[in-house]
Design a protein around this ligand. Structure first.
Ligand SMILES: [Zn+2]
Length: 76
């Protein structure tokens, strides 16, 4: 069983790598995902610095994040 699984896993790794390599390609920006900022409602585009936590990014900028924090941290 293990012998059968191993090549499949390798293939999966290869596909993942190919995807990441594509995401690193800077020439064409049309593939980049976008989100709407929950503070100013304006769309913003994926950035390299967000590659590890893109799912958690909700704000287009530090300014909007600070605004959101002010609203939620009213209890302080
Ligand atoms: Zn914003």
């Amino acid at each position: 069983m293990m012998i059968v699984k191993q090549p499949l896993r390798l293939l999966y790794c290869y596909v993942q790598k190919a995807r990441m390599a594509k995401a690193d390609f800077k020439g064409n920006k049309s593939y980049l995902p976008t989100k709407d900022c929950i503070v100013c409602k304006r769309p913003f585009t994926w950035r390299k610095k967000w590659e590890k936590n893109w799912d958690e990014i909700k704000y287009c900028s530090d300014a909007c994040r600070a605004k959101a924090k002010k609203n939620t941290a009213a209890s302080q």
